[in-house]
Design a protein around this ligand. Structure first.
Ligand code: UN1
Length: 512
């Protein structure tokens, strides 16, 4: 599919068009719009998408409210059937959609496919959930009374997503929101609207197979910051789930809070791993390599800081530097490539600025230089950078969305945990150790302060079954598994009196 008869790789733009057509995306959406879409593989323009106007966004919210009012009365297991059908579409089109993720976001094919698998997994999870959504029965202090807690649909949910997981993050939110009885409105990243269009087309196929879903149950709004602002400020939208930078999340969080809406924020990470004296260094090396270099350092869970005990530093770090020097960098469609391009020039420049700051502060930088791949002037490939530092300087406290791993030396676990927690973000973390005490201390109340803490695996690549998100500047939101569904529902506490008396709580008397 990807190669022509001579075995050469198809031109990127041609392949994008073929995939969009195969996935059933109407040409009106991507042929003649005003916003250009680029592939980071070559930097070329591959499509022009149409953007929603403010008036169109307003009408979409109106439709979303109407869709919600109908959908909330559909029994939850039946709602789950729609999500099951969406999962079936994703299974049937995994290869094409995964490939389109690769072409639009630049991640290697195995990660593009992995992203679609993550969507399938959350659909399965949500289908199971659709027969649960459990409330509680609570013991009442009054005779002849019963108390319970009921979970109800909450309303339209806005989903704002980032380029790096252009489709999976939508699915974590949408699959849960839909089984919970809500409608959804999706504003994808301006950098990755094509995969969003493809997912919307698959959703519409699932709706057709389902039969009677309300019109406008899931809508796509392509546009820039003004569309994000419109969704954020709209009181008809009770929940706004936003994934992206801390800068963006601070704006969204404040604006949603001003109107007493609820936000689910999944913002910057500054994830670290601690390597202890007892660590299995072969395993640690593999875990670190994937977490730090995978997805070209463009995951919110990417490993950005490595804290290594002095007794293993001189064994581990030179091996790591060697892996950095030899890792396959290039066209993400090619077998053997492990690191694809950065998303764009701005990402490359941010990386160079951070490396300059590290150098100026005495950091020893290995790698980080630009590489020419295929002679494309507008494509930004880099060798991942390893930066040895004597202390946790200012630049380390910022999330630079690029493959930079800062390496620090430590003398013991208390110092390592202090360094570990000494940044403003709190998404994901890990420890490599075979010492039970060290592992459990890291996971304890005085250990990692992150929303995700792992032992003997890196901080990235989480499964959908757990709640995903983090603390501090990461925003506090939780998406995906565990009881994250509760953020997409409203809770009602019910007290029912089945007696003939009317005792008041707390023994209060009020006899008329
Ligand atoms: C993100 O980078 O926005 O844990 C999400 C992981 C993936 C999700 C990353 N499952 O790395």
């Amino acid at each position: 599919m990807a190669t022509n008869e001579a075995g050469a790789m198809k031109p990127v733009a041609e392949e994008v068009v073929g995939l969009l057509q195969g996935l059933g995306v109407s040409e009106t959406h991507w042929r003649a719009g005003t916003r250009a879409v680029h592939s980071p593989i070559t930097g070329e323009t591959v499509a022009h998408v149409a953007e929603a106007s403010p008036a169109e966004a307003d009408a979409a919210v109106e439709r979303s409210v109407a869709a919600f009012e109908a959908w909330r009365t559909v029994p939850a297991p039946r709602r789950g059937e729609l999500v099951r059908l969406l999962g079936e579409e994703l299974r049937a089109h995994k290869t094409e959609l995964g490939r389109l993720v690769t072409l639009e976001a630049g991640k290697i094919l195995s990660e593009g496919l992995g992203e679609v698998q993550e969507m399938i997994d959350i659909c399965d999870f949500a289908v199971g959930l659709s027969r649960q959504l459990y409330g509680l029965t609570i013991a009442s202090e009054r005779p002849g009374h019963r108390m319970m807690e009921t979970w109800h649909p909450v309303g339209p949910v806005a989903i704002i997503t980032a380029f790096n997981f252009p489709v999976a993050v939508w699915s974590w939110n949408a699959a849960l929101a839909l089984v919970c009885g809500n409608s959804v409105l999706w504003k994808p990243s301006e950098k990755t609207p094509l995969t969003a269009l493809a997912v919307q087309a698959l959703f519409e196929r699932a709706v057709r197979a389902f039969g009677a879903a309300p019109e406008g149950l899931s809508q796509l709004l392509i546009g820039g910051a003004e569309i994000g602002a419109a969704l954020t400020d709209d009181a008809r939208i009770p929940v706004v789930s936003a994934t992206g930078s801390t800068r963006m999340g601070r704006i969204v969080g404040e604006r949603v809070a001003r109107r007493f809406g609820r936000s689910i924020l999944e913002l910057g990470g500054n994830n670290a791993a601690i390597v202890c004296p007892s660590a299995d260094l072969d395993l640690a090396l593999r875990g670190i390599a994937f977490a730090a270099m995978g997805t070209a350092g463009q995951r919110c869970t990417t490993l950005r800081r490595l804290i290594v005990h002095e007794s293993v530093y001189d064994t581990l770090v030179p091996r790591l530097a060697k892996a950095y020097g030899s890792v396959g960098i290039g066209d993400p469609r090619e077998v053997g490539t492990l690191i694809g391009p950065l998303i764009d020039k701005a990402a490359f420049e941010a990386m160079q600025t951070a490396l300059d700051a590290a150098r100026a502060a005495g950091g020893r930088v290995h790698g980080g230089e630009r590489l020419q791949v295929g002679g494309h002037a507008d494509a930004f490939y880099v060798r991942p950078a390893l930066v040895e530092l004597d202390e946790q300087i200012d630049i380390v406290k910022h999330e630079t969305f690029a493959p930079i791993l800062y390496v620090l030396r430590c003398t013991g676990l208390p110092e390592a945990i202090k360094l570990h927690n000494g940044v403003p973000q709190g998404l994901s973390s890990s420890i490599f150790t075979n010492d039970l005490r060290e592992a459990e201390t890291f996971l304890s109340a005085e250990g990692s302060d992150c929303g995700i803490a792992n032992v003997n695996i890196g901080p990235s690549g989480a499964e959908i079954g757990g709640a995903f998100g983090g603390e501090k500047e990461t925003g506090g939101g939780r998406e995906s598994g565990s009881d994250a569904w509760k953020a997409y529902m409203r809770r009602a506490t019910n007290t029912i009196n089945y007696s003939r008396a009317l005792p008041l709580a707390q023994g209060v008397s009020f006899d008329i």
